[in-house]
Design a protein around this ligand. Structure first.
Ligand code: SF4
Length: 470
């Protein structure tokens, strides 16, 4: 059982070009700001124009890097990655960046997303005699770049990109350059900004760019390649953006930091509006509104304001428990959410409580949270979810589980309500969610609707390549 019933974050990437700066340390702080997007492994690659250094391992950013690791990583160019295993297992060989030697010098790649045609691409590489070490589609991307046609890295990236179908926000490091690349659907976020020193940086989230002092931040547009190798960005629209685009709605609902901007919208404000819409659609008489921290806090504020019900803390979350430490032991795993959340008894005792949460995926934490509130003396517990029921898996880089694992695929809302032991359970409608985002299209909503923006293999699973190499 996962201790946190959330769609698992995909990954976080960062790229930096900053002449005469400590790029490794800068990238390290950027990765720290992206830690929420993946806690299984982290890595950095740095180039000084003559050679490339790489350090990566499993664990949190602060566990993977010590000052001793960072000290020799000198250069003007860096890329970094923090990983949750969307394809391939979480083993060390799948940690990123991937770095290989090519005819044109070393290249390193960090990838956020998932290719839906990686099985075919992988077979194609194997047929050509290319050896593969890892089991992730990101290695396939790296190997394809190494063997691509073209006189420059820009050309080789463009040639390869046309063959990739699915979600890819990439940062690519060569000896003398950093490239930011985004798929034409725009599934995953990627932005660039100007560093105070005059260099540039790109990262999965604007919040991470702000952490390292960036200004004039803008999105890498879907289908664009941006080169960060000199003081002026070189931008190429390599592929035409898909119509409509397919930005991941879950960046607004759960993944992104609330201080990030996604699709030109403040994530915090969108979440507040999700709460307001939820209140309009599914209000209930209650005494207090409590969020499941952290991602549901803005929505709970919005809900409470719209319903004129007091907002308060119901749970205190222990933010520093990594999954790595909990999952290996059965005893700790059985304690589940109780390890991660304590109830503020005084705020819920004898009260009718509205508990706001961002999603229910497998359904294994909502019940224990409701139970914690009841044990603390809550008179009624009404659960409100800031998105529609998740009925379909994601094939574009988010681990939602399989059809069988998704509780809303198996059960109706009233059955889920009974299972989690709530007095009532309501989800925000698709229309309400899009109203809160402020768009009627341009987003992927496949996990709610089953309408995928591109053809997917419904049978593919996260560890589908493992059998090939184990
Ligand atoms: S299926 Fe859901 S999680 Fe996956 S990209 Fe689409 S909106 Fe995001």
């Amino acid at each position: 059982m996962q201790i946190d019933d959330r769609p698992q974050e995909e990954c976080g990437v960062i790229g930096i070009f900053a002449p005469n700066e400590d790029v490794a340390r800068m990238a390290f702080f950027g990765l720290f700001a992206l830690q929420h997007r993946g806690q299984e492994a982290a890595g950095l690659a740095v180039s000084d124009g003559r050679s490339m250094r790489l350090h990566k391992d499993t664990g949190l950013v602060a566990q993977v890097f010590t000052p001793e690791h960072l000290a020799p990583m000198r250069g003007d160019y860096a890329i970094g990655h923090t990983r949750y295993s969307t394809t391939g297992s979480s083993s060390a060989r799948n940690a990123q960046p991937f770095m290989i030697e090519t005819l044109y010098g070393p290249v390193a790649v960090a990838h956020n997303g998932n290719l839906v045609n990686s099985a075919e691409l992988r077979q194609e590489l194997l047929r050509r005699g290319v050896g593969l070490q890892a089991s992730s589609d990101s290695e396939v991307i790296t190997m394809m770049l190494a063997g691509a046609e073209g006189a420059t890295w820009m050309e080789r990236i463009r040639t390869s990109m046309a063959k990739w179908r699915g979600a890819f926000s990439l940062v690519i490091l060569t000896l003398t350059g950093v490239f930011a690349v985004r798929d034409p659907w725009g599934f995953r976020p990627l932005s660039v900004g100007i560093l105070p020193s005059g260099g540039h940086a790109c990262a999965s989230e604007t919040g991470a760019l702000r952490t390292i002092g960036c200004q004039a931040i803008r999105e890498v547009q879907p289908g664009e390649i941006i080169s960060l190798s000199n003081n002026a960005l070189t931008v190429q629209q390599a592929l035409a953006p898909q119509k409509p685009l397919a930005r991941c709605t879950f960046e607004h609902i759960y993944f992104s930091r609330p201080d990030s901007v996604w699709d030109g919208r403040s994530v915090h404000q969108v979440r507040q509006r999700l709460g307001i819409e939820l209140a309009h659609e599914n209000g209930v008489a209650a005494d207090v509104v409590v969020p499941v921290p952290d991602s549901s806090i803005p929505a709970a504020i919005g809900y409470a304001q719209a319903e004129a019900i007091p907002y308060n803390d119901g749970f205190i979350k222990n933010r520093y428990i990594g999954r790595t430490f909990i999952e290996p032991t059965d005893t700790l795993r059985r304690q589940g959410v109780a390890l991660k959340f304590n109830v503020v008894t005084e705020n819920v005792k004898g009260k009718r409580v509205v508990m706001i949460d961002d999603s229910i995926v497998r359904g294994n934490t909502t019940g224990p949270l409701v139970k914690l509130l009841r044990e603390a003396g809550a008179r009624e517990v009404h659960v409100r979810i800031t998105c529609p029921p998740i009925t379909h898996p994601c094939f574009m880089g988010v681990d939602m589980g399989t059809y069988d694992e998704l509780i809303a695929h198996r059960l109706h809302v009233d059955e889920i309500c009974e299972l989690v032991g709530a007095d009532s359970l309501r989800y925000l409608s698709l229309e309400g969610m899009m109203r809160a985002i402020g768009r009627s299209d341009g987003y992927c909503n496949a996990c709610f609707t089953g309408k995928y923006p591109l053809e997917v293999n419904l049978g593919s699973v996260k560890t589908g390549f493992e059998k090939v190499i184990v």
